[in-house]
Design a protein around this ligand. Structure first.
Ligand code: NDP
Length: 292
């Protein structure tokens, strides 16, 4: 049976290290990293995410600001708020919760955020820096996936990694990070031919598809590490249940290690947001980022 990669425990440990780093920055440099989160509209899931982000930001000793705007907020007003936050020296990280209402151009919003404060790592400048091997703020979920893979496997050099999914928020950045870790990376997507055969060649599988339990155990090379990014809500036996993109029951019989859903990649996302905020604050202030 595969070893379970406990993302919840890893994220808790990371938050403790971030808290210690924040305490050190306060005493040594009078620097309190600060994260501003902007929520437009009333999407219930987004409200929960934003509340969790604010709670965890405060728990590690950082400043947190929540800006809740009505759904009918104009694009111009949202851009004006982002610009104000760009110019506020106490704010080191800015996150606009996606999705924004349809009348707002999300790309325009993301690219208005100062790249130095872009703790979500979605600004084209940070995406470009990542893909050219330069220092960048990198998207949180991909960062969390690679942290878990390295925690489990150590050095990833030379591994065959298959990333299923090519979205801008998960698939592409995780592929770039794995390339930087010297993996041989294959990116598969909905037009890929014979996906099971592609996955069978992988020492490391990252599934970011959004299709419940699509990846089956007989696609997995024996002993491979499986990182399941998927979060899918399904009905089973008359009850709601969260499942990943991998069929956990069959994959855990073949894989060497696997992340559960929930409790795998999910908890890493906010922890990596806090990690990015500390990194952004240090870069803006010109101090060395502490070990975390
Ligand atoms: P997207 O819908 O943006 O992208 C899905 C990708 O999967 C696309 O590239 C698509 O290919 C590919 N795909 C779809 N169907 C197939 C198929 N049958 N075979 C192979 N590839 C396929 O999703 P996201 O990247 O945003 O999210 C992926 C999953 O990760 C979701 O379950 C989401 O909930 C979860 N997620 C979890 C996070 C967390 O843990 N915190 C954060 C973000 C996402 P194509 O490009 O050809 O359409």
């Amino acid at each position: 049976m595969a070893k379970l990669i406990d993302g919840k425990a890893f994220a808790e440990g990371l938050r403790v290290r971030i808290g210690a780093a924040v305490a050190g920055l306060k005493s040594a440099h009078r620097l309190t990293p600060g994260l501003a989160v902007v929520l437009v509209g009333e999407d219930p899931a987004s409200k929960v995410y934003v509340a969790n982000k604010a709670k965890q930001t405060v728990e590690v000793g950082m400043n947190s600001w929540e800006h809740k705007l009505p759904a009918e907020t104009s694009e111009a007003d949202l851009l004006a708020l982002v610009t104000k936050l760009n110019n506020d020296p106490s704010v080191h990280g800015i996150l606009v919760q996606m999705p924004v209402p349809k009348h707002i151009d999300s790309a325009k919003v993301l690219n208005t955020i100062d790249p130095a404060k872009d703790v979500d790592g979605f600004h084209v400048v940070n995406v470009g820096r990542l893909s050219t091997g330069q220092e960048a703020l990198v998207a949180c979920t991909p960062t969390g996936c690679v942290m878990l893979a390295k925690h489990q496997l150590g050095d990833l050099t030379g591994l065959n990694a298959v990333v299923i999914g090519r979205s801008n928020i998960v698939g592409k950045p995780v592929a770039q990070l794995l390339l930087a870790e010297n993996c041989t990376v294959t990116i598969a997507h909905s037009k890929s031919k014979d996906l099971p055969a592609i996955v069978r060649g992988a020492d490391l599988v990252i599934a970011a598809v959004g299709r419940p339990e699509m990846v089956k155990g007989d696609w997995i090379k024996p002993g491979a590490c499986v990182i399941d990014v998927g979060i899918n809500r399904i009905e089973r036996d008359g009850k709601g249940k969260l499942v990943g993109d991998c069929d956990f029951a069959s994959c855990e019989k073949v894989a060497g290690s696997i992340t559960p859903v929930p409790g795998g990649v999910g908890p890493m996302t906010i922890a990596c947001l806090l990690y990015n905020t500390v990194r952004a604050a240090c870069a803006i202030k010109g101090v060395t980022t502490p070990e975390m």
